[in-house]
Design a protein around this ligand. Structure first.
Ligand code: HEM
Length: 413
């Protein structure tokens, strides 16, 4: 290789300005996310309503109706008991958290058309309704609370689970994704795009065959579909409620179904990738060296560590996709068939793991997509046309280039 004379494209400044703008926007989103962590509204507040508009033959405002007041008090008590013990203290009655349901929160029911026939149809133990009415295997106690679901005592683990889902998984996930985007945008703004240090070569080298590229794009399109629909499932209320409930409903409906639809092609792609590329992604000594200098990405034209077909960074991406993907598929399928082979404890863990891992994988693949597109000149073509610039190959995968040129002859490229 000749002396490094870094040749930067004309677009160099444009990329840096783009990076700076993205860094500002993502920085603002990060600040908003940090504010969301501390604004204290990530709590489940009962939304059950109950009551009667007519009491003793007299129309009443629901909040003045005695059973509504009782119901509201009962709900307030329940909300208090649902709160974390560190907030309520050892005696919840003594010290209510300020978000408990206050007495002017009332419950309403409208009289039901054909209510009696409906109840009778349920009373006959047959078919599906029979199965639903069969006594479940639960610990049952006595409840004076005014709606039937309240009689199902809360499992102690459910409290930690709710905290894990509503607070830890969603907030840390958003921090990880926005944080990754922010760091990458900052790198682009400060360092610019990783150039082909010696400029474009007139020659190209074959890097990925059709089968490899087809598998990559099937898997990545499925992953992106799963990621976008999964993000709606996790953050839909925050992101879409401002556009109105019908919008949230429509987007939520599409995402819930779409999330399941993208899964088969993703699962297949992960298995094919594992079969195609595992042997090339086994760790070796060169990887440590590569990691120590971060692939030489931060020094234009400096020595880039020698690498085979996949460098250490790509190996990490590969194993995240394969192992992370398999765990996502396993936990996802468990959730698709609740209670088939998992009990409620396992299902709760599967849901937590699915959420945390899914959000982390999204953050990792944001970085992968960045390097495969704007982050590094010349990388995208490896997966698009299957051929890469020879100088690019020499700079980033010198051992691999030597191997294929020794095998096929230099002029074959
Ligand atoms: C728009 C999205 C994406 C783009 C532009 C993209 C681009 C690329 C490129 C250019 C390469 C080849 C790098 C090289 O020649 O060394 C690559 C490899 C790879 N991609 Fe993607 N990719 C995308 C999404 C994904 C997704 C979502 C996944 C996983 C679910 C994925 C998994 C992989 C794996 C495992 C490799 C091989 C290891 C590696 O090079 O890191 N890609 N991708």
């Amino acid at each position: 290789m000749s002396d490094p004379v870094v040749i930067r494209g004309r677009d160099f400044v444009k990329y840096r300005i783009g990076g700076a703008i993205a860094a500002i926007l993502l920085g603002l989103a990060l600040i908003w996310q940090v504010y969301e962590i501390f604004d204290g509204d990530a709590r489940t507040i009962p939304e059950v309503r109950w009551g009667a508009a007519i009491f003793n033959g007299r129309a009443m405002a629901p909040q003045d109706e005695p059973s509504s007041i009782l119901a509201a008090q009962a709900l307030a008590a329940r909300t208090t008991f649902q709160a974390e013990r560190y907030q309520t203290g050892p005696s919840p009655e003594a010290d209510r958290p300020n978000y408990s349901v206050v007495p002017d929160t009332y419950m309403i029911t409208a009289p039901m058309d054909y209510g009696e026939e409906f109840t009778q149809s349920w009373a006959q133990l047959s078919g599906e309704s029979g199965a639903m009415l069969r006594a479940p295997q639960r610990i049952v106690g006595i409840s004076s609370l005014p709606y039937p679901g309240a009689a199902l005592f809360e499992r102690p683990f459910a409290r930690d689970w709710r905290l894990g889902m509503a607070d830890i998984a969603t907030h840390l996930g958003a921090l990880a994704i926005l944080g990754m985007g922010f760091v990458l945008a900052l790198v682009l703004a400060i360092r610019g795009r990783v150039p082909i240090a010696h400029g474009r070569s007139p020659r190209t080298v074959k890097r990925f065959g059709l089968w490899e590229r087809a598998t990559h794009w099937m898997t990545s399109i499925s992953f992106i579909g799963l990621a976008l629909t999964g993000l709606v499932i996790a953050f839909g209320k925050t992101l879409f409620l401002p556009f109105g409930e019908p919008t949230l409903g429509a987007v939520g409906w599409i995402s819930t179904w779409g999330h399941v639809m993208f899964f088969p092609s993703f699962a297949l792609g992960i298995v094919l990738m594992a079969v195609m590329w595992s042997h090339r992604n086994l760790p070796d000594r060169g990887d440590l060296n590569w990691l120590r200098v971060a692939g030489g990405f931060f020094s234009d034209g400096g020595p880039t560590p020698p690498a085979k077909k996949f460098n250490a960074g790509q190996k990490l991406v590969f194993w995240s996709a394969v192992l992370g993907g398999l765990l996502m598929v396993a936990s996802g399928v468990t959730l698709m068939f609740p209670f088939y082979w998992a009990d409620i404890g396992t299902l709760s863990w599967a849901m937590l793991a699915h959420a945390v891992l899914g959000l982390l994988l999204i953050a990792i693949f944001v970085a992968h997509i960045y390097i495969g597109t704007v982050g590094m000149q010349g990388a995208f073509w490896a997966m698009w046309s299957g051929r890469v610039d020879r100088n690019w190959a020499e700079e980033h995968h010198s051992v691999w280039l030597e191997q294929i040129e020794a095998r096929d002859g230099k002029d074959s490229t």
